[in-house]
Design a protein around this ligand. Structure first.
Ligand code: FPP
Ligand code: MG
Length: 324
């Protein structure tokens, strides 16, 4: 079915989310209004709002608050990308120049702040449980910042362990997936067992999503962003950690030293990528990915069978097989 098929399945509810997103991004400041419209026209996968609506349908009753939570999840996600492009000095995202590269650092940070504020505003406007849902979103904002700070520290020291890696990807990616699912469950009036199940599903799906992202950075071709960037940014991700397991301590130490010297000294980047390929580091990461995907599917096993539940199972497979 894929993401487009899921959007079609969501029908009118999907159109409501799109309309709410569009309506949330107006500004009386011309540059901001124009840039927001431009960013909205290149929307990306829209995975988080699709996930949000599916969870609401699978464990409760769809209502206007579910639409608000779905739209808020995409606004927050895009806010983080506008900030992330500054942190990573990225010039391309979704196959297009970033705000950072066209307008500069200050607009990218400020526009990210605007999207963040609009996300929080939508959550606050929920007619029921707004405080509870806002708590989930603000906890996740804290996680996102902590994840990026930890990743930054580890990129400098070059000593990322597998435990550090899983902590970083929980904080920077899976926490938002978890909040999307919890927020959607609360908004839809889900019972507590179903809410706990989709929270776990969201966490596992988010972990799988980021592992796949890190695999694609080594072997993807059509990501809409350049590949090989993690290494250049000094990030030690799961494919490289997998390759470390197959080399001696001296070689591992040498590579860790080289990676932590990036991006100032980018020599050796291609050589390290070739080593990861030769030692099948992506194969190792692929095994962990499969574990997360099957655990995510198990987590939603307790939900009553429904077309929305089938889509949640498909979404888990999408995270395993996606090419972009
Ligand atoms: C992309 O990861 C970035 C994130 C998943 C999180 C970014 C979070 C922040 C910048 C901090 C919090 C910001 C706000 C607005 C609260 P990546 O760099 O691995 O992936 P990429 O290749 O898509 O850039
Ligand atoms: Mg980045």
């Amino acid at each position: 079915m894929g993401i487009k098929g899921i959007q079609e399945f969501l029908g009118e509810d999907w159109s409501k989310v799109e309309a709410l997103l569009k309506g949330s991004l107006h500004s009386s400041v011309e540059l901001l209004d124009r840039t927001n419209a431009h960013l909205s026209s290149n929307e990306g996968k829209m995975l988080r709002p699709a996930l949000s609506l599916l969870v609401s349908k699978a464990c409760g009753t769809m209502n206007d608050d579910c639409i608000r939570v779905a739209a808020a999840s995409e606004l927050l996600h895009n806010a983080t990308l506008l900030h992330d492009d500054v942190l990573d000095d990225s010039s391309v995202r979704r196959g297009a120049p970033t705000v950072l590269s066209t307008l500069g650092t200050k607009p990218s940070v400020l526009i990210g702040d605007f999207w963040l504020a609009r996300a929080m505003d939508l959550v606050l406007r929920c007619e029921k449980h707004s405080h509870e849902i806002l708590t989930c979103f603000s906890d996740t904002v804290q996680d996102l910042v902590e994840g990026e700070m930890l990743q930054m520290t580890k990129a400098e020291s070059g000593d990322t362990t597998e435990e550090d890696y899983f902590r970083i990807i929980y904080l920077k990616t899976a926490s938002l997936f978890e909040t999307v699912c919890t927020g959607a469950a609360i908004a839809s009036g889900s019972d507590s067992d179903s809410a706990a199940a989709v929270k776990e599903y969201g966490r596992l799906l988010g972990m799988a999503f980021q592992i796949k992202d890190d695999i694609l950075d080594y072997e993807g071709e059509a990501l809409g962003k350049p590949t090989g960037t993690d290494l250049k940014e000094g990030k030690i991700t799961l494919p490289l950690l997998g390759a470390f397991k197959k080399m001696d301590d001296r070689k591992e130490k040498e590579i860790r030293g080289m990676v932590s010297a990036f991006p100032q000294q980018p020599e050796g980047c291609r050589e390290i990528s070739a080593t990861v390929k030769a030692l099948d580091g992506t194969g190792y990461a692929g095994l962990r990915l499969e574990e997360y995907v099957s655990q995510a599917k198990e987590a939603v096993g307790v939900l009553p069978d429904s077309p929305a539940k089938s889509c949640l199972l498909e979404l888990a497979d999408y995270c395993r097989y996606r090419k972009i």
